[in-house]
Write a protein that binds this ligand. Structure first.
Ligand SMILES: [Zn+2]
Length: 151
């Protein structure tokens, strides 16, 4: 398991979990990696020193200096842990409908299926089509580690 610090074009920072360095490179170049905050696909890896922000609140003077070097107002650790928590919650409270996601979302919208929380995969086109029909979806990047425990 490789945890890398990533950044999108909007300067959102987040962690990506990958099987290996090569896997990370492949997923980023194939635009399989998405910013969890703005869904941007223009992801770059932060150049080294990636662990500095994880010293977090413990804040020895050196740690504080490192934290100060982060974008002002950014709280990567807190955001990250909140995000992980949210993802876990979503996984626990939704039904996995896999590739039938768009279909199920539509059926619920038109009262053909019971209203409930669902998750699954959808192409950008499907998401767009759903949005045009007034069906709200939101995108979630589920770290591989959580995916494994969810099944
Ligand atoms: Zn972003």
């Amino acid at each position: 398991m490789k945890v890398l610090d990533l950044r999108c074009a909007q300067d959102h920072r987040f962690e990506g979990w990958f099987a290996s360095e090569d896997d990370a490179q492949a997923q980023i170049s194939q635009k399989l990696v998405q910013c969890p905050i703005c869904a941007d696909h223009a992801i770059t890896r932060l150049p080294s020193a990636p662990r500095l922000n994880l010293s977090g609140a413990a804040a020895a003077p050196a740690g504080r200096a490192a934290a100060g070097a982060q974008a002002p107002g950014a709280a990567p650790v807190t955001l990250q842990s909140l995000y992980m928590k949210a993802v876990k919650q979503v996984l626990a409270q939704t039904e996995d409908v896999g590739e039938r996601f768009a279909e199920e979302a539509r059926r619920m919208h038109y009262d053909e299926a019971p209203e409930r929380g669902i998750r699954g995969t959808a192409s950008p086109d499907e998401v767009q089509a759903l949005a045009e029909e007034g069906i709200d979806t939101f995108q979630l990047v589920v770290p591989a580690a959580l995916k494994q425990t969810a099944h």
